[in-house]
Design a protein around this ligand. Structure first.
Ligand code: NAP
Ligand code: MN
Length: 261
């Protein structure tokens, strides 16, 4: 099996990288950045997002495996740290790690003179640089609401524990596929009437944000496009991310552990 290491912080993670190399060499794994079977990413969930976007053109050919570093507070998609690298290779070698597949969200966004297409793991967000964000939200071509507020978050199941959670959205169990539309600091007044609660819809739904007011920006995971957008369509994509985890950790235990409750 061929391994590639994704390490955006080489100065901090030197010890971890050395330990991975030592264990890999003991077991005759090769290192190959061009055609890897496994990408070992070192960091936290933010790093996982970057590893995914960096490998977006070869997601069918690679499996991700996370090693958490000390900087990461959460590491929802990480079961191993520096201390566990030998165990991790034992499990990998004996085929005892579980393969998880997660679908990416697809977004088509239109600016005045361009169309963008991108894929997102956690969420897609709309915000406005100058004033209140305004847009009409449609689910399967039915108008849900005319939104006015600070930011609109459309998250996936896996993104539900990210920004969505901080904005008051629900944590979604990893065995339920859905989209969650979560308002952030939305306005409720005589003029603007918005539904306050997050809305969870089936993952086969198509969500459209139309008539987006000018100077509005779109972000996905850690990226914000330079161009302002006026129309956005979000749906499930045909891209999947595969990652390895321990087989015996329940979702509820994971939440309790990561959020320290
Ligand atoms: P970042 O500083 O790397 O991420 C902000 C925090 O969100 C970090 O604690 C990160 O965990 C955590 N996180 C990211 N994805 C998560 C997930 N699926 N489940 C649980 N926690 C998750 O910022 P970034 O590099 O720009 O990453 C962008 C992502 O961070 C966004 O997609 C958004 O979901 C999240 N974010 C959250 C907030 C917030 O909660 N107020 C604000 C901005 C962005 P690690 O420490 O393990 O990396
Ligand atoms: Mn981070």
């Amino acid at each position: 099996m061929k391994i590639s290491i994704f390490d955006p912080n080489p100065n901090n993670n030197y010890q971890i990288v050395e330990a991975i190399k030592e264990e890999a060499f003991k077991r005759d794994f090769d290192f190959d950045d061009e055609n890897p079977d496994i990408i070992i990413h070192i960091g936290g969930d933010g790093t996982f997002l970057k590893a995914i976007q960096n490998n977006i053109d070869r997601l069918d050919d690679v499996i991700f495996l996370g090693v958490k570093n000390n900087d990461s507070s959460l590491g929802f998609f990480y079961d191993f740290g520096f201390e566990d690298i030998e165990d991790m290779f034992d499990l990998l070698d004996s085929g005892l790690l579980k393969i998880n597949r997660i679908n990416l969200m697809k977004c088509i966004a239109e600016s005045e003179n361009k169309t963008f297409e991108f894929y997102s793991f956690n969420e897609i967000r709309l915000s406005n640089m100058e004033t209140t964000l305004k847009c009409d939200i449609y689910v399967n071509d039915v108008l849900f609401e005319s939104y006015a507020g600070d930011e609109l978050i459309i998250s996936s199941t896996s993104g539900s524990t990210g920004l969505n959670k901080s904005a008051g959205g629900a944590i979604i169990s990893s065995d339920i596929d859905c989209f969650q539309i979560t308002p952030l600091a939305n306005i409720n007044s005589k003029i603007f009437k918005t539904i306050n609660n997050p809305l969870i819809v089936n993952y086969n739904s198509i969500i459209k944000c139309q008539n987006i007011n000018k100077n509005s920006l779109i972000s996905f995971d850690y990226v914000t496009l330079d161009d302002c957008v006026n129309n956005v369509e979000i749906s499930r994509s045909n891209l999947y991310v595969s990652y390895l985890s321990k087989s015996d950790i329940s979702f509820i235990k994971k939440i309790k552990d990561k959020f320290d409750v």
